[in-house]
Design a protein around this ligand. Sequence first.
Ligand code: MEV
Length: 347
Amino acid sequence: MTSSAPGKAILLGEHAVVYGRPAIAVPVHALQASATLKPADRGEPGQLWIEAPDIGLSSQVELHSPAAATPQSQAENLAPAGSSPVSRAAGREQIDRAPESQAAGLATAVRLGLEHFGGTPAGALRLEVHSDLPVAAGMGSSAAVTVAVLRAVAEHLGQQLAPEAASRLAYEVERHYHGQPSGIDNTVVALGAPIYYVRERPPSTIAVGAPFTLVLADSGRPASTRELVAGVRQRWEADPASYERLFDEIGAAVEAGRTAIEGGRLAELGQLMTHNQLLLEQIGVSTPLLETLITAGLESGAWGAKLSGAGGGGLVLAVADAGLIGAVRTALLEAGAVRAFVTEVGS
Ligand code: MEV
């Protein structure tokens, strides 16, 4: 049987969440990563055959090799299936540079899963991975692939993997890919529900007062979360007082956003998202292309729009009345998005 996990989008609070402020993220069920783990028909115990055709990866690794994953590996490249021509091209280039890192990340997820259950496979294993999620696009492809692989390990062993355990194990793999991530991506992907998240605290799920629809527009410019987070850190170190103030303002928008979601006040949620975008511009993670897309979304009637995830490229998120979603999606594509998806939250 195939195991899967959804993508994610951060509604409010990215970057500030790394500095202890709250953030809100939602699962994107319309886009999934999937994985299957089976006994291999060749090889010795401890060997893992990996087939990830979406990224052109076909390799064999030792499961218990100490170099299971390197800190420099790029998780965003794990799952580029169906990604935009631009991000696919860039993703391919990175994959070609570091196929060992891709394989090592997947092997680490399998190894952590086996260790969690104390399972020792009798023979070699074969892992097959697929994903709909564009790479390096702010949609959580690395977390989704990792959680899908952890669930495939559980399925293979006939075990249940609790969402909290999936999140905790996936965080270990995320660290290899992204440095010191806040943990929001693995948490929302593993829980599969809208969450209010503060670093190093248990997440709370948000009761959505009225279901709402999001447009996710891929700018087609892949961006490295690791590099963008490092850039914010450098600027914060140079001017901590200003950055702390901006993070506090983002945190206040998140708190207001939570009550707006719970109360079904979607136009207010949209305004808070646009306000959050202005704060993200001030911390230096937006780009002219992202701002062109955001303006197009707002002019076509969205309640609000912002970049989502690390910025520097990647994803633009717009929230709009269901009746206007088609027009907003078209406007984003006409303004330069290479792909745009629609997903429902809370329905
Ligand atoms: C990445 O999806 C979100 C960031 O806030 C980084 C993190 O939380 O680890 C930019």
